[in-house]
Design a protein around this ligand. Structure first.
Ligand code: CA
Length: 228
């Protein structure tokens, strides 16, 4: 899942981004409202975390501009004011949820998970089962044929993306847009490298891979791939 974090204070932004990356999110940071509007218009984010207190253009104005551009990306506003007016303004300008600073990081994660689940896709449960594979998006635990599979944060993020798109053919561009951040070079072969790593952890020798290569198109997690 890829998130745009809009926060002008570099120290606060870095702490939050580090925490989110540890939870397997790909995170881009925008330091001001105009940059945020541009990035939200050019990248298909899974969620935007938007600080209200920004220089020049505040978070309410940014939120309104993102909605006016037609984007339905889930937006979580961070506000320093617990005033009713601030909450009302946030919801009125098209935010999906808000959190009052200072907040508990665990609560931010829970709200983010809820927003991404609601997202623009059909509602998915916290625990998703695809054939013999079960992933828990809260604990990020993966089980395959009733055994735990230990994955790194990035391997998990890639697998979760495949699971959310199970059965679809997903291109390398789709994968890099949702699993990596803007520092990822789309021309590198890192997506293929990570798919190979997942296959090594998920597949049994001699049987067909859960993640099929679709020549010229990308990859496909096969639904109902043979269990046993
Ligand atoms: Ca700020």
């Amino acid at each position: 899942m890829r998130v745009l974090l809009v926060e002008d204070e570099p120290a606060a932004a870095l702490v939050l981004a580090k925490g989110l990356r540890e939870q397997a999110y790909a995170v881009d940071i925008a330091g001001d409202g105009d940059t945020a509007i541009f990035q939200a218009g050019t990248t298909d984010y899974d969620a935007v975390i938007l600080d209200v207190m920004l220089p020049r253009r505040d978070g309410f104005s940014v939120c309104r501009a993102i909605r006016e551009a037609g984007s339905m990306v889930p937006i979580l506003m961070l506000t320093a004011r617990d005033a009713v007016e601030a909450r009302i303004e946030g919801l009125d300008c098209g935010a999906d949820d808000y959190l009052v600073k200072p907040f508990d990081f665990g609560e931010l994660l829970a709200r983010l998970r809820a927003l991404v689940r609601r997202g623009r896709q059909p509602l998915l449960p916290e625990r998703i089962t695809v054939g013999p594979l079960v992933i828990d998006t809260r604990s990020r635990q993966v089980r395959l044929r009733n055994s735990d599979v230990l994955l790194t944060a990035k391997e998990y993020a890639l697998l979760e993306y495949f699971v959310r798109r199970a059965g679809d053919v997903v291109s390398r561009a789709d994968i890099s847009e949702h699993v990596w951040d803007e520092h990822h070079d789309p021309l590198s072969n890192v997506v293929d490298v990570y798919v190979q790593r997942l296959r090594r952890k998920l597949d049994r020798s001699g049987s067909e891979s859960l993640i099929r290569t679709r020549r010229g198109e990308g990859y496909q997690l096969v639904i109902g791939a043979v269990a046993s």
